[in-house]
Design a protein around this ligand. Structure first.
Ligand SMILES: [Cu+2]
Length: 41
């Protein structure tokens, strides 16, 4: 899934996922620091 936003813009994304840990990150070059982990219980 890929979602691109302009600065200051927000969006809501709904997913159906099995329990587990999912890594998310910004795919724009130079933005490797924009990442995190989504925990689904
Ligand atoms: Cu970014």
């Amino acid at each position: 899934m890929n979602q691109t936003l302009v600065a200051g813009q927000s969006a809501r994304v709904e997913i159906t996922a099995a329990p587990g840990e999912y890594r998310y990150y910004c795919a724009i070059p130079g933005h490797e620091f924009m990442e995190g982990t989504l925990l689904v219980q």
